[in-house]
Design a protein around this ligand. Structure first.
Ligand code: PMT
Length: 401
């Protein structure tokens, strides 16, 4: 299973005989789907070449803090932000001492200082060095700083000694790295999400639309991505940045959104319709701005019904697991149950949009997730949290392969 799909891991390599195992570690991390970048200290390069790690990771290897070329490509702060995990393997006694004391005298220590993601170290050293009081004090400091300790293992060492200090094997380290990420429940799944409003043209400068900000759909895209899915977000006009590692397709009208959705359905496992699609559009949208004086105090717009995107997706054969949202202002759950049947959906998320603190353009939401044989209420929480809970419920209800 690709337990590290969508994860970005910085493998830090310090100077020690176990550095040769970092090559194997990079392969094991990539086997599990991770995107890997290696950072080597000067001492590490005495044991293994950057070229080896570059070939295995498929990415340039970072070696120096003050390299103008490397900084131009990806600066050290940007690199620190890139990673979802920094895994230093092997971590020498010297490196452990330097991060325990907050040093930033090379690229790897600087990354550890600048990182917002978890840091794990896999110590590798002689058993006497491991047991040395100074090293044990430093290890204690690392634990207090929240740095994870992977190992060391016990056994025979390169120097002939026997005892604790060996670096764990690459497969163990890759599994421990995967264990740090809580959710891989949608690994390998292709998810398409519609988000935001649609705009239906009245003329070239006017349109019919609604208050959807796209926040709920974008939060779902992030939650599905974090659960390991490959995510495409079909978005109406919104003012939100595209979540990292999510493919975004911008559309304007309901008809554009339908076209973008149907193009992707054959390659989709889960379709989530969060968008507030305009139910109607003006029958005609002239090429020129409608003049006020062409109307005598009133104006009549003839509206025609838009295609129902989620219902059309649910009619395809084969069809993805199809999830709708129901924006209602009264009798919310009852109306949502009618919609799940009418649109032939696998699940629907009932959203009370009469409240100003949830639903349209709010930071929070509270919903009831409904499927044919059951339902679950998700109490008031951030849209990110609600999205994670919806993704967990979808994963539970997906047909088993
Ligand atoms: O974007 P935010 O500001 O974060 O707000 C989030 C939200 C309130 C928009 C969202 O949580 C929500 O409730 N989305 C559904 C809005 C809606 O249009 O509901 P509906 O009950 O009218 O539609 C039911 C379902 O059919 C929805 O999944 C909708 O995407 C889909 N639909 C509707 C009409 C249409 N022509 N095609 C569709 O696919």
């Amino acid at each position: 299973m690709l337990r590290l799909a969508n994860r970005r891991i910085i493998v830090g390599v310090t100077g020690g005989i176990a550095a040769y195992k970092s090559a194997e570690l990079i392969r094991r991390l990539k086997d599990q789907g991770a995107d890997v970048r290696a950072v080597m200290t000067a001492a590490a390069q005495e044991f293994i070449t950057p070229l080896t790690l570059q070939a295995l990771s498929g990415n340039p290897v970072h070696t120096t803090l003050l390299d103008t070329e490397a900084e131009a490509a990806m600066g050290h702060i940007e690199l620190a932000r890139w990673g979802d995990l920094i895994l230093v393997a092997p971590a020498s006694a010297d490196f452990i001492a330097r991060i325990a004391h907050g040093h930033g005298n090379d690229l790897l220590t600087t990354l550890c200082l600048a990182a917002r993601c978890p840091i794990a170290v896999a110590p590798a050293m002689n058993q006497a060095m491991w047991a040395a009081p100074a090293n044990q004090t430093n290890i204690q400091k690392l634990k207090e700083m929240g740095i994870k300790l992977f190992g060391p293992a016990e056994g025979s060492q390169a120097c002939g000694d026997v005892g604790p200090g060996r670096m764990l094997e690459a497969t163990q380290l890759a599994d421990m790295a995967a264990d740090l990420f809580p959710s891989n429940i949608l690994t390998g799944k292709r998810v398409v999400i519609t988000a935001g409003p649609t705009r239906e043209a009245i003329d070239p400068v006017r349109f019919i639309s609604n208050h959807s900000s796209g926040k709920m759909g974008f939060a779902l895209a992030e939650a599905a991505r974090d659960a390991g899915a490959q995510v495409t977000l079909i978005s109406g006009p919104v003012h939100l940045a595209t979540p990292e590692r999510v493919q975004r397709v911008d559309v304007v009208s309901a008809e554009d959104m339908l076209k973008a959705a149907l193009e992707r359905v054959p390659q989709t496992d889960i379709f989530i319709a969060t968008a507030a699609v305009a139910d109607f559009r003006p029958q005609q949208a002239p090429d020129h701005k409608i003049k006020k004086q062409d109307n005598s105090g009133t104006m009549t717009l003839t509206l025609v019904e838009n295609p129902d995107i989620v219902a059309t997706v649910a009619r395809q054969q084969p069809r993805p697991f199809t999830v709708g949202f129901a924006a209602e202002t009264r009798d919310v759950v009852n109306y949502a149950r009618q919609k799940i049947a009418r649109k032939n959906l696998d699940m629907i998320v009932a959203n009370d949009v009469s409240r100003s603190d949830i639903g349209f353009n709010s930071e929070q939401n509270a919903v009831t997730v409904i499927w044919p044989q059951g339902q679950q209420t998700l109490e008031l929480a951030s849209k990110s949290q609600i999205a994670r809970d919806i993704v967990a419920l979808i994963a539970q209800r997906l047909p088993k392969p």
